[in-house]
Design a protein around this ligand. Sequence first.
Ligand SMILES: [Zn+2]
Length: 100
Amino acid sequence: MNLSKHCDLEINGQHCNLPATVLGLSASAPEMWASGSASVASFCSAEHAELEPRPTREQAENGWADVADASGGEQYIAADAADAWTRLLSACPAPVPLTT
Ligand SMILES: [Zn+2]
């Protein structure tokens, strides 16, 4: 499970695909970490992160719990993915830089 290196925003059915610079929570399910309630997506800019439907904090927390469940526990989640979720949940609903 890796973070996408390209923008996940879909515009008119096509991915933006510019190089990613920020991570954001998404209420829709891009390619990765899809769960019933929320997922993490990569975006080329804060502007594109703003265009993505946002989950509520509760949905985001449920999304993280679902990902942990599906992985067999938080300890089994890739470090970059766990770090992304942790940072996004603290900043919720704001996007965060792709790298720390
Ligand atoms: Zn973009």
